[in-house]
Ligand binder design. Structure first.
Ligand SMILES: CC(C)(COP(=O)(O)OP(=O)(O)OC[C@H]1O[C@@H](n2cnc3c(N)ncnc32)[C@H](O)[C@@H]1OP(=O)(O)O)[C@@H](O)C(=O)NCCC(=O)NCCS
Length: 253
């Protein structure tokens, strides 16, 4: 039976910001069993939720506002297309050693940063993640369509803005958009097992680890010019898994 059709053993209702999703899920499941389904809403008061549920007859509700894949608004962020004028903020984080450590490129020069912002402004796979408060570009998501209804997710955030839940908040919103509006069947992501913040983020977003490839790739070479072989964790989430994990439904009577 499809996961999405399985009847939940219990339902909990919480009003929660998306970053807390994972811990809420774990806490509820620990308390009520693995089949527990959480009903999650964020950015709204219970009064607003009750009024909306009453008005819509308990239909599916969208937790974030999207504008058909162009701009996505979350509680703290705008997620939008890149502009050439983004180069300063882009260069700020692509020139950080810690940020490019697991990326297939070295730190950017200012010239390369300008060119990259220009290039990304013409590439719909890149999403600029900006603070609503002040508009600063703090990182980017990457979401590119592959064959068989599969999309690949990537992400890079300015180290000054890590550890604040922004990547989770942006990732949840973009996944919601791609499953809901682009009808994605499956989203995958790849990362180096040594990049713990990366796979922890994927697990917060609800991805499953599907594989551990041994020494399958290299991005960098050592001082003797020899490849530095790296392992890869493969992660994925299916549309039905997303739907089961994100049941933005008012409680059924
Ligand atoms: C991968 C990457 C995006 C993860 O960023 P991150 O800051 O760890 O992820 P989030 O923004 O979701 O923040 C989550 C952390 O913020 C904490 N946090 C603090 N305030 C928070 C808040 N208000 N809401 C939610 N979480 C909050 C969480 O507890 C969590 O910390 P933990 O990992 O110690 O448990 C980031 O490390 C990065 O850009 N790395 C460099 C590029 C890279 O390697 N990309 C991946 C290549 S595969």
């Amino acid at each position: 039976m499809a996961v999405a059709n399985r009847k939940p053993a219990c339902t909990s209702v919480v009003n929660v910001c998306p970053n807390m999703l994972y811990s809420f899920q774990n806490k509820a499941r620990a308390k009520q069993g693995p089949a527990c389904r959480l009903t999650l809403y964020w950015g709204k008061t219970h009064k607003e939720l009750d009024a909306a549920a009453h008005k819509k007859g308990n239909d599916m509700k969208t937790p974030i506002e999207t504008t058909a894949g162009t701009n996505i608004e979350t509680k703290r962020l705008w997620i939008r297309r890149f502009h050439p004028a983004d180069w300063r903020d882009l260069y700020e984080y692509l020139s950080q050693e810690a940020v490019v450590k697991f990326e297939p490129y070295e730190v950017f020069t200012e010239t390369a940063g300008r060119q990259e912002a220009e290039r990304r402004s013409k590439d719909n796979s890149y999403w600029a993640v900006c603070l609503k408060d002040g508009g600063k570009l703090i990182g980017n998501l990457y979401l590119a369509k592959q064959d068989f209804g599969t999309w690949e997710l990537g992400y890079v955030f300015n180290e000054k803005y890590q550890g604040k839940g922004y990547a989770t908040e942006a990732g949840l919103a973009l996944l919601d958009d791609v499953f809901r509006n682009q009808h994605a069947r499956r989203v995958i992501a790849l990362c180096n097992p040594l990049n713990e913040p990366s796979w922890k983020l994927l697990e917060r977003l609800g991805f499953r680890r599907e594989g551990h490839l041994l020494k399958n790739i290299y991005f960098k070479k050592d001082k003797d010019g020899e490849p530095i072989w790296a392992d890869t964790f493969e992660y994925a989430i299916l549309g039905e898994e997303w739907a089961a994990q994100q049941p933005y439904r008012a409680p059924q009577s």
